[in-house]
Design a protein around this ligand. Structure first.
Ligand code: UGA
Length: 404
């Protein structure tokens, strides 16, 4: 098929390379000229495992452009633009702008418009009013850092459609993944995405609160609690890693968006609101751990990206931590294998540790596992629970969820 993808962020690019691998012709559209220019030279604008290689391998199936006109004879167009939260509410302007552009270019074409961007219930219905073509809601569940793997091996495919044939066509497109398919209405498909992200955010905040209690207990480690409760199939072991909080371009904005969306409908999402509140308090706790070691001095923050295997720093808790530390008067140096920031002086790993009075692990990159020996002599705070406490110097080590 000839497939358009509008919005070349992580979702658009992962969708594009995976479908290009399946032999489809992909027309990738973005308003960012620099991004398009880079992609035309086979340069991925972001770091995501496997993306650069896939882009090069299937480049013959790609056209990158800023020109919507090239979408005029496509079979299907994915909308994968961002849906930021502004003043606590979802901003759908980019989605509707794309819909209006598509209405103009798809005039004599019955291409199906597929919404992959995360949008509140009711959006597909509005997009349909604008474009008039068939609209399918096909929410994306990929995680950054494993975007391609997740796109090829999703836990499920959700297809929300009004027109059965349009839904069938999109279902067929993803058949190669062998994932179970949930057919739904537009509103159900849109709600599934928010319920999934909110639930995961709640799960992390839950274990983070249990971690708070563990810290007050003698000989109590939250990782042992998480391991044991995770063995209960009803709970599952995933997303039970206590840490300095959840960040990234999805959980923070999506939890806020669904809370305000529900409020507008006269409903309170009390549990999601509590999860946000718990998350907002994470940094304060790390800072108070730090103050238990030193009141001023040099801090090395290991990890700047919002999670490992990405260079994305959007809503990164590590970055918020750096800003807070600076405002408290600490001197901050940082190291990350892929991400960069202007908020702190970025140095090499060894240099970062050497300069530091205190080292804080803020992102759980593999590279930081097994650092125990190198950290000898330093005060250390493990914010992501990747170090082995038994190998650390007791009086110089603190960790999220680790009791006295
Ligand atoms: C999240 C969802 O996991 C995806 O299913 C969804 O498609 C995506 O949002 C989206 O809406 O586009 P992502 O933001 O890429 O994916 O990253 P996650 O792996 O979910 O991590 C989010 C945050 O939670 C990170 O800051 C991570 O460090 C934190 N986290 C995750 C924990 O603190 N503990 C955990 O156990 C897991």
């Amino acid at each position: 098929m000839k497939i358009g993808i509008v919005g070349l962020g992580v979702v658009g690019l992962a969708t594009g390379v995976v479908l290009a691998e399946q032999g489809h012709k992909i027309i990738g559209v973005d308003i960012d000229q620099n991004k398009v220019k880079g992609l035309e030279c086979k340069r991925s604008p972001i770091y995501e495992p496997g993306l650069q290689e896939m882009l090069e391998r299937y480049f013959h199936n790609f056209t990158f452009t800023t020109d919507y006109g090239l979408l005029s004879n496509t079979d299907l167009v994915f909308i994968t633009v961002s849906t930021p939260t502004i003043d606590g509410k979802i901003y759908l302007g980019y989605v509707f702008d794309v819909a209006k552009r598509l209405r103009d270019v798809l005039k004599r074409n019955d291409a199906i418009v597929v919404i992959k961007s995360t949008v509140v219930p009711g959006t597909a219905r509005k997009v349909k009013e604008i474009v008039k073509n068939d609209v399918v809601s096909n929410p994306e569940f990929l995680r950054e850092g494993s975007a391609i793997l997740d796109t090829k091996n999703p836990d499920r495919i959700v297809i929300g459609s009004e027109n059965k044939e349009a839904g069938d066509l999109v279902e067929n497109l993803w058949k190669f993944t062998n994932a179970p398919v949930i057919r739904a209405t537009w509103e159900e498909a849109e709600m599934i995405k928010y319920a999934a992200n909110s639930f995961l955010a709640v799960k992390i905040s839950f274990i983070n609160e249990i971690a708070n209690v563990c810290e007050k207990l003698k000989d109590c480690d939250v990782t042992v609690i998480a391991k044991a409760i995770g063995m209960d199939k009803r709970i599952s072991p995933y997303f039970l890693n206590a840490g300095i909080g959840w960040g990234g371009s999805c959980f923070p904005k999506d939890t806020q968006a669904i809370v305000s969306f529900a409020r507008d409908l006269g409903e309170e999402l009390k549990i999601v609101e509590a999860a946000i509140k718990v998350n907002n308090e994470r940094i304060k706790r790390v800072v108070s751990m730090l103050k238990g070691f030193i009141k001023e001095g040099n801090v090395c923050v290991l990890g700047v990206a919002f999670k490992p295997n990405t260079d994305d720093t959007r809503e990164s808790v590590a970055l918020k931590l750096i800003k807070t530390l600076k405002s408290e008067g600490y001197k901050v140096v940082a190291y990350d294998p892929k991400a960069i920031t202007n908020e702190a002086k970025m140095v090499g790993l060894d240099e970062c540790i050497r300069i530091a009075d205190v080292v804080i692990i803020a992102t759980e990159w593999d590279e930081f596992k097994g650092l125990e020996e190198k950290l000898r002599g330093k005060f250390v705070i493990d914010g992501r629970r990747i170090l082995d406490p038994s190998k650390m110097e007791k009086e110089k080590f603190k960790a999220v969820g680790l009791g006295e």
